[in-house]
Design a protein around this ligand. Structure first.
Ligand SMILES: Nc1nc2c(ncn2[C@@H]2O[C@H](COP(=O)(O)OP(=O)(O)OP(=O)(O)O)[C@@H](O)[C@H]2O)c(=O)[nH]1
Length: 395
């Protein structure tokens, strides 16, 4: 029942937003809804953006929160400002602790980013509740009342602040919910400043601000998704670019080491490619490259990752594939062909294969070096052949 409802909601979400974000694919629009299926490159960029913004806001608040005490001292009698200043100092310590905990932002996980953002919002939410509770014990008039009402605006500021984070719709709702509940709690505590008509009006406004913030967060995320997609792919061949390929390989190496599953890496360098450029021109060379990439992709599993590593060099990352399986797959690629040169002769490649376990490599760079060395062996051995950890397969 719940699954059916969820899939119906996803379909409705897809239909609605594909009218707005026309440049995004169906999968990318689902990424705007919830983070579950985000690709790792998007996750890492999002985590670092969330964390750096949390850090910036926490630094600002760690400075402004104690400074505001001067106004409290000026506006309120000691019995009120004593409590307020004490709470401000606790909040400042919280913000400072948050900044310190985010010093090493490089190795923060998505969960760590959630925790940081949650903590950033928790401090003012708690401050709002306690300050309101504290001030409700006093009868405020004139300027003091104006200052007191000012405290009631804190949830508005916090909810508006959510808009600076590239959050999915589900995340925005999740982070806004405790602040909305804090507002409800403040009303239930029957605070003197907040009567029911005022509460209803302000709650309505809070909901509107939440919706606008969520929309702003979604737009940021949409922009980020498009940027990541463009940076990820090599525009000409459609393969993963060198940078994203290196990140994906790093991730696959970690997954493979943890799970104990094999990971094969294939280095393919097209043979005598310079001659195509020299004899038929650069455009013909580009077509040969695009056709070769297409041919490789067409002959391997969908889970395999094809990267354009350099000019006429391709790297194929094969998760859960041992050296024997990789050799079989690459033989299949060679058999299917890599397309033709403009003169009709088949395109060939010198291929090096390395596998994490059988080659006992400790990092993806070592594995890459091994595959690269073997590719050169294949070149030296006469080209159009595979050199792998098991055997050398020639023409
Ligand atoms: N058309 C085209 N050519 C490129 C591109 N990137 C690199 N190249 C060319 O690829 C050629 C690679 O030449 P070499 O490294 O000498 O290799 P090769 O001619 O394939 O010879 P072997 O690798 O030894 O078989 C150079 O001429 C580059 O200019 C590209 O995007 N498009």
């Amino acid at each position: 029942m719940l699954t059916k409802l969820r899939s119906q909601f996803s379909r409705l979400w897809l239909k609605t937003w594909s009218l707005v974000f026309t440049e995004m694919s169906a999968q990318e629009i689902i990424w705007l809804l919830r983070p579950g299926s985000h690709i790792s490159l998007l996750s890492t960029r999002r985590v670092s953006m969330i964390v750096s913004r949390v850090r910036l806001i926490a630094i600002l608040f760690a400075i402004l929160t104690p400074l505001w005490s001067l106004l409290d001292i000026w506006a309120f009698p000691p019995e009120i400002w004593h409590g307020l200043v004490a709470m401000r100092l606790i909040a400042t310590a919280g913000f400072a602790a948050l900044v310190l905990s985010l010093r090493k932002a490089d190795d923060i996980s998505p969960l760590g980013a959630y925790r940081a953002l949650g903590f950033l919002l928790l401090i003012p939410t708690a401050f709002f509740l306690f300050s309101y509770l504290h001030m409700s014990q006093f009868n405020l008039h004139g300027l003091q009342e104006a200052f007191g009402v000012g405290y009631a605006y804190l949830p508005f500021v916090m909810l508006a602040g959510l808009s600076v984070f590239p959050l999915t719709a589900v995340e925005s709702m999740g982070f806004a919910a405790p602040m909305l509940l804090a507002q409800v709690a403040a009303a239930i505590l029957k605070l003197p400043i907040l009567d029911w008509p005022t509460f209803a009006a302000s709650f309505w406004l809070l909901m509107l601000i939440t919706a606008v913030s969520a929309l702003a967060g979604l737009s940021q995320l949409a922009f980020m998704i498009v940027l990541v997609r463009e940076a990820m792919r090599d525009g000409m061949t459609g393969c993963f670019s060198h940078t994203s390929g290196a990140e994906l390989l790093d991730l696959q190496f970690i997954i493979s080491s943890r799970s104990g599953n094999p990971l094969s890496l294939v280095f393919l360098d097209l043979d005598h490619f310079k001659r195509v450029n020299d004899e038929f021109g650069h455009d013909a060379g580009d077509r040969v490259l695009t056709n070769a990439a297409e041919a490789i992709r067409g002959s391997v599993r969908t889970g395999d990752i094809l990267v354009r590593w350099g000019g006429e060099e391709f790297v194929l990352i094969m998760p859960n594939t041992d050296a024997r399986q990789a050799t079989v797959a690459i033989e299949r690629v060679r058999k299917a062909g890599l397309g033709n040169r403009p003169d009709g002769t088949p395109v060939t490649a010198s291929i090096g294969i390395a596998e994490r376990m059988v080659d006992a490599r400790e990092s993806w760079r070592q594995l890459m070096e091994m595959a690269d060395t073997r590719m050169y062996e294949a070149k030296k051995g006469g080209r159009d052949r595979i050199v792998g950890p098991l055997a050398t397969a020639g023409q």
